[in-house]
Design a protein around this ligand. Structure first.
Ligand SMILES: *Cc1c(COP(=O)(O)O)cnc(C)c1O
Length: 495
């Protein structure tokens, strides 16, 4: 240590001295000064000996703290080089920098946020928030053992979906049910098990891309079946399906055009007509419904979105839908229909690859329990409860948020409450907004920069930007989130 200090104290100063004595012109004086200042930084070892940094090692472990200390010293060196006037940071300052760096690194990349977009089912923001009963059920099985695949009565191996299948049948009136990883997997599994090596007939108007590259023609090909397109983009009749049927036909597939709408001169064959045709020709009618409403949304003043029960009643042999769209549960792909049609799916090897995990199954079962009483579901399933809010309630929430902002910084006059249009999202009711209320905030530092600060803050907030202002739609913000949202806005106001 002392030898090192001597040499580090001696090097530049001695060099400068000898240069002067030798009558040389020293034009490197600022550099020499820089080196003196760089030497004033502590070593990694010295930094690690600080009590604050010792405490960090106890909390985070030695390795991350050593890496953090190195990174902070590197950053300090860079700062000294770039800014000739910069102060050499004190030990305490460096300790704080290590602490901040470790806290940043420990923050999970995937974390909760406040969705103020007014889009209830936002695929990028995790789609449906779970009912508290569903979240609790998932947590309950997460950290211990469970009877995931164990029949407790018989004391032997049981079916993984034993809890959710009877509930799905009870709620939808279906004869049989199955649950897999998501609706895309459900459709792939169904086509693989039912139509591989055969033909699947689909209307040209329904050869859609659902999003994320999930395209109906590709899924049919992946399932080992041949796609037979019928009709035209805007109009397809039942007779178009009938004349396309060959001995190789296995499935008539109807796809709900979830995320887009065709307007004008359009026409499609109804499920009833196709069901009659499928029965007559010994084929399977499958409905890829997507959204998967289990209750009629018209009761909430929304336009009609076809329900699973309606599809079955119209004669579909198999209906596929998502667990985390209008049903408001965890990510899952649900299949309901005739027992004989579902049987080949249960035996297909792909089922193992698309099965659900215990936490999702627990959340799914708890969500389905709520639907045994649709009135209770409307109140307790967050997606339904959000859609069912009155404009007056949304107005009141926006004003409460404004009051919180005024309480922390009075007389700013930087917000107002305005009407806004909120959306169901998740590829459901794409053209139909519903009336909502938003707090519109004009930030001094500009909307885009402010929006970015809010997205990267804690809690993170995602809103919309409209005409240079930030729009926080109250449909997707809960009362419990108001304090956090106000706090996040206040932080940006102050910075
Ligand atoms: C959303 C959707 C899917 C895909 O559902 P995931 O659960 O996201 O896999 C499939 N088909 C239709 C019609 C959809 O709307």
């Amino acid at each position: 240590m002392s030898a090192k200090a001597k040499s580090s104290g001696g090097g530049w100063a001695a060099y400068i001295r000898s240069a002067r004595e030798g009558g040389l012109i020293l034009d490197d004086a600022p550099n020499a000064e820089l080196h003196t200042r760089l030497r004033a930084l502590p070593s990694v070892e010295r930094l690690l000996e600080q009590p604050e940094v010792q405490a960090l090692q106890a909390a985070h472990g030695r390795e991350p703290v050593v890496a953090g200390a190195r990174a902070c010293l590197d950053a300090a060196r860079t700062a000294l080089r770039r800014h000739p006037g910069a102060e050499v940071p004190a030990l305490a300052e460096l300790s704080l920098a290590i602490d901040a760096r470790l806290a940043r690194a420990a923050r999970p990349v995937l974390h909760p946020l406040i969705n103020a977009t007014g889009i209830v089912l936002h695929t990028n923001l995790g789609r449906a928030p779970l009912a508290s009963a569903a979240a609790e059920a998932a947590a309950a099985v997460a950290s211990g053992y469970s009877n995931l695949e164990f029949d407790l009565e018989a004391g032997r191996r049981g079916a993984r979906t034993q809890g959710v299948e009877p509930l799905l049948c009870e709620i939808t009136g279906a004869e049989a049910a199955l649950a897999v990883n998501n609706a895309a997997a459900a459709v792939l599994l169904a086509l693989s098990a039912l139509a591989s090596g055969g033909e699947v007939v689909v209307s040209r108007g329904e050869l859609v891309e659902i999003g994320g590259g999930f395209r109906i023609p590709d899924v049919i090909t992946q399932g080992g079946a041949k796609l037979v397109e019928v009709g035209t983009t805007n109009r397809t009749r039942s007779s178009d399906y009938a004349s396309a049927i060959t001995p190789a036909t296995r499935v008539l597939l109807k796809v709900h055009p979830s995320n887009y709408r065709m307007l004008g001169f359009t026409g499609e064959a109804g499920l009833e007509q196709l069901a009659a045709l499928a029965r007559e020709r010994g084929l399977i009618l499958m409905h890829d419904l997507g959204g998967g409403a289990l209750v009629d949304l018209r009761a909430m003043g929304l336009p009609h979105e076809p329900t699973v029960q309606e599809s079955l009643a119209a004669g579909a042999d198999l209906v596929a839908f998502s667990g985390d769209k209008l049903m408001g549960g965890p990510q899952a792909g649900l299949l309901v229909g005739r027992a004989a049609v579902l049987e080949p799916l249960r035996r297909h090897p792909l089922l193992r690859a698309v099965r659900l995990d215990k936490m999702t199954l627990a959340a799914l079962e708890a969500t389905l329990q709520l639907y045994r009483d649709p009135a209770r579901a409307a109140q307790t399933v967050p997606v339904l409860a959000m859609l069912d809010q009155t404009v007056a309630a949304l107005q009141a929430r926006a004003e409460r948020l404004g009051a919180l902002l005024d309480a922390s910084s009075p007389h700013r006059n930087d917000w107002r409450v305005e009407p806004s249009e909120a959306f169901t999202g998740g590829g459901t009711l794409p053209t139909q907004g519903r009336e909502s209320r938003a707090l519109v905030w004009t930030s001094e530092s500009g909307a885009e920069l402010t929006a970015r600060r809010l997205r990267t803050g804690a809690p993170a907030v995602v809103g919309r930007v409209r005409d240079g202002a930030l729009v926080f739609d109250m449909l997707t913000v809960s009362d419990a989130e108001l304090d956090g949202l106000a706090g996040a806005l206040e932080q940006v106001r102050r910075s």
